[in-house]
Design a protein around this ligand. Structure first.
Ligand code: SF4
Length: 477
């Protein structure tokens, strides 16, 4: 797939929600821009649902936000004061229209619309339990189980929506940052570990929720706070109320800092760009080298390369030019095109590289194929030496918490030593940042982060597989 040409794992999803009577009539458009800011979190499908408290209209389709929506389609959705948006990259279930979100689930007069980022590690068992309770599922994503479990509690009618979600959360295990519309309420909740981010902002006459603060910024929402791990937030005409399902255990995914999140987003007050610069500085301290120029693998290596250059005193330059318009395309490349896959995205600047000892900074090496092509590209462009520096440790294990990396298969760091990888990719030298150096750069305590794919310490037991719920065996990269 073309979007795997960068060799990076893919984030699961981005979630966005708005509640405002003052902005009624422009919620779909604002949600569109919120999703636009979160596009990096999922490029397979996009969807928006808008509700007036009684009737919910939705549109969702395969493709980028700008491919799914135009002014005409957005205008058809502008009739309500509650909105929900989602961009998706599948980590459970295949890439199909049925699995696009927001998802709807209901029985009788209890209906919910749900947008989810994460992965349940007990999805298969939960699905069986819900099926035994009479629920039927059209999609193969664990999001439908989250929706159904909420419906099951709401049907009991003995409690409000906040309490119902708290009760439903007792059935979930794994990673989930969720926004949901139920009747006249917008609900947001986050698993007790807070693997995936979710934050709240204030807009004129109401509130916004977003996977990242960059989604709030783009719609002019003022950041209020994170949705706390284990918290359920309900927004309606009475304002915002909060309940706690479980004590927070805090295991924010460190990969959000390394690669997934946008550099202008902030987690717990820490700017992602700043953390990435710190990783580059730590890498320069840990693995210095004599060289002429530091270049980043754009875009995610830029901040770490700036940090490496600042700390080492080796000049920074842009030596690889990224074609910013090669996003996901529906045109499948031919085999011949696949050979030049990396060149579709990156082209070297010989004026920066020729005859130089080059330090190239990448944020991670997951499968290794792209790094090999990259090193070859730099030598072809005339580099005298290529010193590969990675601003995170070797990825040695899979992720079951919402990242497209659910098996050890293909993880080059799981099977090979650093020296073996250096030989495979053909670099002059290769060094990774240590787990401790990465952790310090985030300024989180060790106990506040998930680092499982780097150190094997999994905060929640159990595994998840992308296709487990549909019995398929093929993977998507
Ligand atoms: S296993 Fe790795 S990618 Fe997954 S949540 Fe933990 S740190 Fe993030």
């Amino acid at each position: 797939m073309l979007d795997h040409a960068d060799g990076k794992p893919k984030e699961a999803c981005g979630v966005f929600g708005l509640y405002s009577r003052s902005l009624a009539g422009e919620l779909a458009q604002r949600t569109y821009f919120g999703l636009y800011a979160l596009q990096h979190r999922g490029q397979e499908s996009a969807g928006i649902a808008v509700s007036d408290g009684e009737r919910t209209l939705a549109m969702r389709d395969m493709g980028l936000v700008s491919q799914v929506f135009d002014e005409h389609r957005l205008a058809a959705l502008e009739s309500g004061h509650i909105a929900l948006g989602h961009v998706r990259y599948s980590t459970t279930g295949s890439a199909s229209w049925e699995n696009a979100q927001p998802e709807f689930h209901g029985r009788g007069d209890v209906n919910v619309a749900v947008a989810h980022n994460g992965n349940l590690v007990n999805a298969a068992r939960l699905g069986e339990e819900l099926a035994a309770e009479g629920f039927e599922f059209n999609s193969t994503s664990d999001t439908s189980f989250i929706a159904a479990a909420a419906v099951a509690e709401l049907e009991k009618g003995r409690c409000g929506v906040g309490e119902a979600v708290v009760a439903a959360m007792r059935r979930f295990s794994g990673a989930y940052s969720v926004a949901m519309i139920f009747r006249d309420k917008l609900v947001a909740f986050r698993d007790p570990h807070g693997f995936r981010p979710l934050c709240i902002g204030e807009v004129e006459g109401g509130y916004a929720v977003s996977s990242e603060t960059c989604g709030l910024d783009i719609v002019g929402a003022k950041f209020l706070r994170e949705v706390e791990p284990g918290e359920v937030v309900v927004v309606d005409d009475e304002g915002l109320t909060s309940r706690r399902a479980e004590e927070a255990r805090r295991s924010l995914c460190v990969f959000e800092y390394v690669y997934f999140a946008r550099p202008d987003s902030r987690f717990d007050g820490r700017e992602v760009a700043d953390a990435r610069r710190g990783m580059g500085e730590a890498l320069a301290d840990e693995s210095p080298v004599e060289a002429d120029v530091v270049i980043p693998v754009p875009d995610s290596g830029i901040m770490a390369a700036v940090g490496y250059s600042n700390r080492s005193g080796i000049p920074y330059a842009e030596g690889l030019i990224k074609n910013r318009y090669v996003g996901r395309t529906f045109i499948q490349p031919t085999d011949g095109m696949r050979q030049i896959g990396l060149r579709l995205k990156l082209n070297p600047l010989p004026s920066v590289i020729e005859g130089k000892r080059v330090v190239v900074i990448d944020d991670s090496i997951v499968r290794g194929n792209t790094s090999r092509k990259l090193v070859a590209l730099l030598f072809e462009a005339g580099a005298a030496e290529v010193h590969f520096r990675v601003s995170s440790p070797p990825v040695t294990g899979p992720c079951y918490y919402g990242i497209d990396m659910d098996t050890r298969e293909g993880l080059v760091g799981a099977k090979h030593s650093v020296e073996e990888i250096r030989r495979q990719i053909g670099a002059t030298t290769l060094a990774y940042l240590s787990v401790e150096g990465m952790t310090r750069a985030t300024r989180h305590p060790r106990s506040g982060l998930c680092r499982a794919c780097f150190d094997g310490d999994y905060p929640v037991p159990g595994t998840a597989s992308k296709f487990a719920l549909e019995g398929a065996t093929a993977g998507e990269g």
